[in-house]
Design a protein around this ligand. Structure first.
Ligand SMILES: Nc1ncnc2c1ncn2[C@@H]1O[C@H](COP(=O)(O)OP(=O)(O)OP(=O)(O)O)[C@@H](O)[C@H]1O
Ligand SMILES: [Mg+2]
Length: 240
């Protein structure tokens, strides 16, 4: 498919939504067409399932049943939003995707093989080329979420935000395990830094991952290739 697919992952309050908005602006300024979407949800059918999942209305299903609902939502999202956009050649940026299921339902005790099976069925081959994992200590992220809900007039935490600290901590380390297992796809970015520094780090990661989509990056690389022998010779000569 001609489009590009990037996902953002990380714990509550890591800065995913903030950074996605910034990346969208920068990509648009570079002349790309961007579709921003999120999970669970991202298509009319999946948004209905999102309500059920985040309100806790279907918590009685247990983690295995919930995982099936996440998969059902994802299948709808892929079919109605993500794949059509990629086929048009757009860039799709998704706020959480399959890695969140691996981590959240995995932490809840669902067999990883079962999760991978559901994942394969749901994504039907539509997998991100790049995943940005914004990593942050859980207390910092949760504090941000608390501040944000105050600013929004006291929105109560959703089913996942309201869980015990230890659970959030295990999720953080599962996310980091995923990054270690798939280093070519998953880039870890330190979310504690000020917002614009995180934005810059995300931007560098995206440009490096897709050099052919940024003519200036390609040109820089070509320049470097041409300059390298001369540079190293000069450095030698100068004794630097
Ligand atoms: N680098 C940062 N430093 C300080 N505050 C930040 C930073 N990035 C985001 N914030 C603030 O922290 C809050 C959470 O950020 P954001 O909503 O982007 O996180 P999120 O990862 O999307 O959270 P959620 O998991 O709840 O969707 C927001 O109020 C945002 O303005
Ligand atoms: Mg968010």
């Amino acid at each position: 498919m001609p489009g590009r697919f990037i996902t953002f992952e990380g714990g509550e309050g890591a800065g995913k939504s903030t950074q996605i908005a910034q990346l969208k602006k920068r990509l648009e300024a570079s002349g790309h067409t961007i579709v921003v979407t999120r999970e669970p949800g991202g298509s009319p059918g999946a948004e209905k399932i999102r309500e059920m999942l985040l309100s806790g209305a279907v918590q009685d299903l247990g983690p295995r049943g919930e995982a099936m609902l996440f998969a059902a939502a994802r299948a709808d999202h892929v079919d109605h939003t993500i794949r059509p956009a990629l086929e048009r050649g757009d860039w799709v940026i998704c706020d959480r995707y399959a890695d969140s299921t691996r981590v959240y339902q995995g932490e809840a005790g669902v067999d990883p093989n079962y999760l991978l099976m559901l994942e394969a069925a749901a994504v039907a081959g539509v997998r991100p080329e790049l995943t940005i994992l914004i990593d942050i200590p859980v207390e910092v992220g949760l504090n941000r979420v608390r501040k944000r809900s105050k600013a929004e007039g006291g929105v109560p935490p959703d089913r996942f935000e309201g869980e015990a600290l230890g659970i959030h901590q295990r999720r953080r380390s599962l996310f980091l395990d995923l990054a270690k297992a798939e280093p070519h796809r998953v880039s870890v970015i330190d979310g504690r830094k000020p917002q614009d520094e995180v934005t810059e780090a995300v931007w560098q990661t995206v440009r490096t991952h897709f050099p052919e989509d940024f003519s200036e990056v390609q040109a820089e690389n070509e320049d470097l290739e041409q300059l390298q022998p001369e540079n190293s010779g000069k450095a030698h000569h100068d004794g630097a």
